[in-house]
Design a protein around this ligand. Structure first.
Ligand code: AP5
Ligand code: MG
Length: 209
């Protein structure tokens, strides 16, 4: 199964991807995670991407499309992929269509985790992530990862000013993809403003239809 995850920053894309990977062993590709690793390791890509990410703006399409063209050809993607945070613009969506056509792998669904913007700011300013295993949690869980005992940290872009800009960028550049995938008859929507396990049950039910 090949799935695109759509949804505003903080909608719960990473949280639902973690559950899908645990149950179905799909390959999770998060462009945000790849970019954060590149920034941390000070690679050429990371050095180019950092300022955009810190401001909550999108990294230019050409950098992301080159990155994904290479990543999606790796052997671990053959069992199916969850694309989390890509595509994020219509240009990226058109490029993804071409990549999948070349690989003869159709997209099965574009899954929209739907959450109203007012819920998001609180979620993201209290998000914490594990340095060791990448688990996504919240400040309320304390400084130690509930999955592996690693150290939890706050993402640089999870401050209120940057979160508000990310929401604006989402509305302008990424939300139009909802209509794009509706037009391809691939859009599946779940209400993301419920307990994560309830959201996940709905995700599974709708993907297995
Ligand atoms: P990216 O890392 O993709 O961030 P994002 O889209 O802003 O999304 P988030 O990861 O913040 O949220 P999420 O939906 O995964 O929520 P999560 O599950 O963590 O991108 C970061 C940056 O990289 C971008 O701003 C851009 O600069 C760049 N970038 C990345 N891809 C790009 C691309 N394709 N093109 C250009 N630039 C790109 O959950 C959030 C919190 O809520 C957690 O604390 C979680 O525990 C909690 N939570 C989750 N679900 C629920 C629930 N149901 N109820 C209550 N709380 C919940
Ligand atoms: Mg995420």
């Amino acid at each position: 199964m090949n799935i695109v995850l759509l949804g505003a920053p903080g909608a719960g894309k990473g949280t639902q991807a973690e559950k899908l990977v645990a149950e179905f062993g799909l390959c999770h590709i998060s462009t945000g995670d790849i970019l954060r690793a590149a920034v941390k390791n000070e690679t050429e890509l990371g050095l180019k991407a950092k300022a955009y990410m810190d401001a909550g703006d999108l990294v230019p399409d050409d950098l992301i499309i080159d990155l994904m063209r290479e990543r999606i050809q790796q052997p671990d993607t053959e069992k199916g992929v969850i694309l989390d945070g890509f595509p994020r613009t219509t240009t990226q969506a058109v490029a993804l269509d071409a990549m999948l056509k070349d690989l003869e792998r159709p997209l099965d669904a574009a899954l929209l985790v739907d959450v109203e913007p007012e819920v998001i700011v609180g979620r993201l300013t209290s998000r914490r992530m594990c340095k060791a295993c990448g688990h996504i949690g919240t400040a309320a869980n304390g400084p130690v990862c509930t999955e592996c005992g690693g150290e939890m940290y706050q993402r640089d872009d999870d401050n209120e000013t940057t979160v508000r800009n990310r929401l604006e960028v989402y509305a302008t550049s990424t939300a139009p993809l909802i209509d794009y995938y509706k037009g391809c008859d691939l859009l599946v929507t779940v209400d993301g403003d419920r307990d994560p396990d309830v959201v996940y049950a709905d995700v599974k039910a709708k993907l297995q239809k």
